[in-house]
Design a protein around this ligand. Sequence first.
Ligand SMILES: Cc1ncc(COP(=O)(O)O)c(C=O)c1O
Length: 381
Amino acid sequence: MTKRFVPYGRQIIDEADIEAVAAVMRGDWLTTGPAVAQFEEAFSDFVGAQYGVAVSNGTAALHVAALAAGFGPGDEVIVAAMTFAASANMARYVGADVVFADVRSDTLTIDPNHVASLITDRTRAIVAVDFAGVPCDLDELRSLCEQHDLLLIEDACHAPGGTYRGRPIGSIADLSIFSFHPVKHLTTAEGGMVTTDSPELAERMRQYRNHGIKTDFRQREEQGTWAYDMAALGFNYRLPDLNCALGISQLAKLPDWVEARRRIAARYNTAFADFDGLRTLTEPEDRTASWHLFPVIFEGPDSAAIRASAFENMRAAGIGVNVHYLPVYLHSYYRNLGYEPGLCPVAETAYAGLLSLPMWPGLTDEEQDRVVEMVGAAVGA
Ligand SMILES: Cc1ncc(COP(=O)(O)O)c(C=O)c1O
């Protein structure tokens, strides 16, 4: 029997999910209906936040957050260098400048000491990323934000279901960003959410996701008026009811999936404990990671060559390894804005040896053992 391709991540859809979407299709509201508020409430309850604003993807979530925060030309936003480009692009969408901060080498999350050295009187916010699902140093970042009157934005796309000092991820930063892309912990096909305790920010984000119009059709119906005002330049970033129904159904399974991811991470860590020339990320004792990714880092002078051959051999064997991430400022868009290699040396050194291994709740022990064996072969273990 040929072995199935083992992806680094993918969705799990069951009959209850399909039925939930089908029920919406049989009803009156494909979009702007009741499932949107239900999903927002269920998700914000799950993460312990007052408000959830559902949007069409995680990038849109970052964009409405930047709009609601009111960043613009002349402002600086400090962003972790080790992340998906959208975390930084959110500042560029509104004309603000990105200042890249380096990461801690043990967790690859934003380094608060480096952040402190980058703050100027133009700084407006810190965008911290829970890389791979390991929560970043939220208390240290929060105190920097308080000292300098900055907004703390947590790109938590990798970390739903994680905790920091006993509190759920999504309840701590001023704005927490989530994505529901199929490789993430739960999916709505495409989808995103911002959680916050601020009624003003929530209200502004709702306006920006709906063309910048202050009232929705329900409020207009209640007021018996057809008139509406487009008060700001907004977008159509609405998440349809079909997707929200899928999200509600998926959310019920999230705690079990997080447990499964943590079990897989523990198995990898045990298997790699004695491998020389290879390390995994640290999970600090005061937080729990929900492991969106499971990156390993090949170390030493040959790390880039070992990573390249491991990538090639594992792909050839049907194992869908990947690399997350090239430090954002090394993409040509940012290079063309003047950012240079050498800006964040810890992120650059880690990048040379990074490889994301399969990590999703459907991964079997037998498949994981094959992955471990091939990583062992790469480092001669
Ligand atoms: C850290 C991070 N931020 C933002 C995003 C953007 O999310 P989406 O793909 O839903 O736009 C992603 C998704 O890949 C991500 O990993």
